[in-house]
Design a protein around this ligand. Sequence first.
Ligand code: DAH
Length: 346
Amino acid sequence: MLDRINALLSEISSYSITSSEELEAYRLRFLSRKGLIPELFDDFRNVPPSEKKEVGQKLNQLKQTALDRYTSLKLQLLRTEDSTQVGDLTRPAYPWFLGSRHPISIIRNEIIDIFSRLGFTVSEGPEIEDDDHVFTMLNFAPEHPARDMQDTFYISRISDEYSSPGDILLRTHTSSVQVRVMEHHKPPIRAIFPGRVFRNEAISARAHCIFHQVEGLYIDENVSFADLKQALLFFAREMYGKNTMIRLRPSYFPFTEPSGEMDVSCTICGGRGCNVCKYTGWLEVLGCGMVHPAVLESCNIDSVKYTGFAFGMGIERPAMLKYQVNDLRLYFENDIRFLEQFRTAF
Ligand code: DAH
């Protein structure tokens, strides 16, 4: 009996496997109910009493060795499978760094979110535009100063002296998207248009030749100035806090009549006066008005049946206020030290 046990011990210690089938063969040979070790336990009955103690110990040792070997063979198999298939499961996880959003994107998404709660959808238009969509169809007179070379980046001009509908340029405002949408969709239209705009300005802490705007447009039957005011009040309170006040000042834009500019009570001093609001208590945030009938007609929308409001705002300024950024250029330099500061904001 002892010889058989020793023979099995040496067989087990040198046993090797390469697959789960071979592991199972090991189990069947040594450990299963009809395997060699249970068979030895059966035979133990026939061992003479004088040898029982020594053989019994040896037999238990054999069983333990066989079980330990089974476990280690199984682990070895798992490890080889792991390294070829899913990597080492015991390796500590790599740290997972989340990126950060650009502050302009954060504010843009906030604006989109607020207006989507009022049922506004989002559309976008091209950055390279023609004079027609940026100026003419928005009721800009041919000699309007905004068309001037000083303000507009022209890509190709038909005439050096006058701007023409076919001139190709970088859009100077997102109001051009109003035209694109009204050309292709019939009222009711309720949408906002975020995007980049371009003006030929000297770059400084307070001005840049590229910036971002969000335009809004609502066209339907019986849309009134009261609807505009209420939508803007809702926006201001969601964006700047529930105690925010708004005021509308009369203004002029060729594509709206009447036109206004909206101020909100200063987000820094709450209206008491500080150097951010230049001690007026108010901050200018957007331009707005009732869409000019000439604009509706240029897009083939019946200006007797339909009315609408529009508004447009910059994104850089609210972002400067919110994050106390004092230099516009930081938004465009993509300095990682600046961008990383927005890591926790989504
Ligand atoms: N497009 C104007 C700008 O760039 C902003 C604006 C004013 C948009 C009034 C509008 C509006 O839709 O109604 O300064």
